[in-house]
Ligand binder design. Structure first.
Ligand code: FES
Length: 544
């Protein structure tokens, strides 16, 4: 069985009586992963207090998530553990095999001989993508992906907005965590290219509206209350010194403008990458993250809508989920006749044992379970299926990877709750698309582009199989395009002084449709929670 090891770096926590370790860690700027927002459900907020600390007894959630590490190694869940008195305690943060570890990948030509590079950043709620690129044409040299350290304050933008208004956390701390995340990746990428910070000529960043506001030092709280408007849509030019980036202080930094409170700079950047987006064809852009952004490009118009998808397709809120980084299963097949499960793992050595499963793998797994009859269209496990077994915590589960084949010695399974999370996410996307098409009077889509942080191995056919995409799109050409926002940022870097005008023109062209108040949304959403019936002859199996 794989071990859990504590990192050599230890921290001192000042605890008041009754305070949870997760609150104290947040106050001390210690980034813990908190996928379930402190509900004791994800098991990710692991912490190793020094022996002798006076702490509350382990909870049921801790025994469930931590056995056998809790009694043997003293590992605890920070959201479950309270201090029994005022005290100062040394803690270490155990390595999380499902954490978003940096994953440098060299693209295209070798960077030798290059004197200057541009830095393109897609600042996401869950993960951060950073590329060093040729400033002349924006072509990528090295790309690095890592987690957004703000995750210790919750997995979605709603939690971050609340954290910005929390006196114990605040905007400054969130901003620092975002900057720390970027600086860590920047250092990794420059080292991979053998460059130092003076080689960086300029930086461009795109993020959703909440992330962009936080990075710019603007309070995002107006996004959390009616009418959910962003206080600004454009940002002034910054310098690296103003943002505390680890670069020469005068290095110019530009932020993509946003279109609205929920149509952020990442979507504007993706549209910028697609320009010219109207070649007589109607294109639907579907960007799947913790929020789903939909943009219909039709007859010179850009109609946009957003829907709350939750984090299922980013790997959070799923018991064995993780971001699409090294160690994650990004593609999986289930033979409906034999029940044999095969998988593919992201990373330099794809034969490595998997640590978790990212969004594309989750879509594959659910589609495979449906095709094998292990899941009903209502989303319940079929107890008669050999793929379904009783879960230790009660109920049923489908084991995708047995414990002895995983990296950490725990089985990777989908639980009934995980299936429910997938249903909520896919129903939100499907309903959003249907209403956007209906409200815009669009009958025919020529091209559908799927993008987002769900994984590079995404099989768009399976998006129909689980009902993420409505049947109206079946006649369109569906393509999965990875990291489209990052492509837009690199293109903007190459545009140099034209960046402001071009990016702002794209943002201004977006017309936002509010779907939240549409009376049809709730009705249609509930209908779309069910999975489509499996078509006769569709085994759901697709070659890896
Ligand atoms: S179990 Fe503690 S944050 Fe999820």
């Amino acid at each position: 069985m794989a071990d859990i090891t504590a990192s050599p770096q230890s921290h001192r926590l000042h605890l008041s009586k009754g305070q949870t370790l997760i609150k104290a860690a947040a106050a001390a700027h210690i980034a813990l992963r908190t996928d379930c927002g402190g509900a004791g459900k994800c098991g990710r907020c692991r912490i190793h207090p020094a022996p002798g600390a006076r702490l509350s007894a382990p909870t049921e959630a801790e025994f469930f998530h931590l056995a056998p590490f809790l009694p043997v190694k003293g590992i605890r869940l920070a959201c479950q553990t309270r201090s029994l008195c005022s005290q100062t305690v040394s803690v270490a943060i155990p390595e999380d095999p499902g954490a978003a570890a940096p994953f440098p990948v060299v693209h295209g030509r070798a960077p030798s001989g290059l004197r200057t590079v541009g830095v393109a950043i897609d600042l996401g709620t869950t993960s951060v993508d950073l590329s060093l690129c040729d400033p002349a044409d924006g072509s990528p040299l090295v790309s690095v992906k890592g987690g957004n350290r703000q995750q210790c304050f919750g997995y979605d933008v709603v939690a971050r907005i609340a954290a910005a208004g929390d006196a114990a956390i605040g905007l400054g701390r969130l901003r620092k965590l975002a900057v720390d995340s970027i600086n860590h990746l920047l250092e990794t990428a420059l080292a991979a290219c053998g460059l130092d910070t003076t080689a960086v000529s300029q930086v461009a960043v795109a993020g959703n509206t909440t992330m962009s506001l936080i990075l710019a030092g603007i309070d995002p709280q107006p996004l959390g209350r009616y009418p959910y408007r962003s206080p600004v849509t454009t940002f002034p030019p910054f310098t690296a010194g103003q943002l505390n980036l680890s670069l020469p202080p005068e290095t110019p930094v530009r932020l993509f403008p946003v279109a609205s409170g929920f149509i952020g700079g990442d979507t504007v950047s993706a549209l910028f990458a697609l320009e010219p987006f109207t070649r007589g064809s109607t294109t639907l852009l579907v960007d799947i993250g913790t929020n789903g952004e939909l943009v219909l490009c039709r007859r010179q118009r850009l109609l946009a809508a957003s829907c709350a998808t939750g984090p299922a397709f980013e790997g959070a809120a799923i018991s064995c989920g993780m971001p699409a980084v090294a160690g994650a299963i990004d593609h999986l097949t289930i033979d409906p006749l034999t029940g044999t499960i095969d998988w593919q793992v992201i990373g330099p050595n794809s034969g490595n044992p998997p640590a978790g499963i990212c969004g594309s793998g989750i879509v594959d797994a659910v589609a495979g379970l449906l095709a094998a009859g292990a899941l009903t269209t209502g989303g319940l496990f079929n107890p008669a299926s050999p793929l379904v077994t009783p879960a230790a915590a009660g109920g049923a589960e489908a084991v995708l990877v047995p414990a002895d084949k995983s990296r950490h010695g725990r089985a990777l399974s989908l639980t009934q709750k995980d299936i429910g999370e997938v249903q909520l996410a896919k129903a939100a996307i499907c309903t959003g698309i249907e209403l956007l098409l209906a409200r815009s009077g669009t009958r025919r889509i020529h091209r559908t582009l799927l993008t987002g942080a769900f994984g590079v191995g995404f099989d768009s056919r399976l998006a129909f199989a689980i009902g993420m995409l409505p049947p109206q799109l079946a006649g369109s050409r569906v393509q999965a395009v990875s990291a489209l926002a990052g492509k837009g940022v690199r293109k903007a870097l190459a545009a140099a002084e034209d960046f402001e005008a071009a990016a702002r023109a794209t943002a201004r062209a977006v017309e936002v449709l509010e779907l939240g108040g549409d009376p049809m949304f709730e009705k249609r959403f509930i209908e779309r929670l069910a999975f489509p019936a499996v078509a006769a002859g569709d085994t759901g199996a697709h070659a890896l």
